[in-house]
Write a protein that binds this ligand. Structure first.
Ligand SMILES: [Zn+2]
Length: 154
């Protein structure tokens, strides 16, 4: 999943669910939702910042602090891990174990019929490498999110 999708999906949920959304809240959520991919600059993508060993204590501290922006940042961080769980694997206790899990959901359709497939994927984080992403669909999603932000927060 690319950064635009990671930013857009929780931001749209925030705009839909919050009684009083703010630009600062949306910014904190967006930064939290995208920064875990800084892991791509370490030895392995989806490592430390994709581990629940770091994300859950950060959420607990943010919750206990009572700071709304810290809480939105940590919710964005957890949303990143949740979304990556469906597009590969996340290593829940990295660095104690490099093993990761995810869910692969497939849909097929055609003359032979239709079907949905679901399987648990177990793997290790990808070693660091260059990425080339097709982001056309996510740019459209990002533009819809930006329009929703402007309409809801003007
Ligand atoms: Zn990620």
């Amino acid at each position: 999943m690319d950064p635009v999708e990671h930013a857009s999906i929780p931001t749209l949920a925030y705009l839909a669910l919050s009684n009083e959304p703010t630009w600062g809240g949306a910014l904190a959520l967006t930064i939290g939702a995208t920064f875990p991919d800084l892991d791509a600059f370490t030895r392995e993508h989806r490592s430390y910042l994709h581990s629940l060993l770091f994300a859950l204590p950060a959420f607990a501290l943010a919750y206990l602090s009572g700071n709304t922006h810290a809480l939105l940042f940590s919710i964005g961080w957890l949303s990143h891990i949740f979304l990556d769980f469906f597009t590969g694997v996340i290593p829940p206790v990295y660095p104690l174990s490099r093993r990761g899990w995810g869910v692969e959901i497939t849909a097929r359709g055609g003359p032979a019929g239709f079907g949905i497939g679901l399987r648990i994927v177990e793997n290790y984080p990808d070693p660091r490498h260059d990425y080339e992403l097709n982001i056309g669909g996510s740019v459209a999603l990002g533009l819809v999110t930006l329009a929703a932000l402007i309409i809801r927060l003007h």
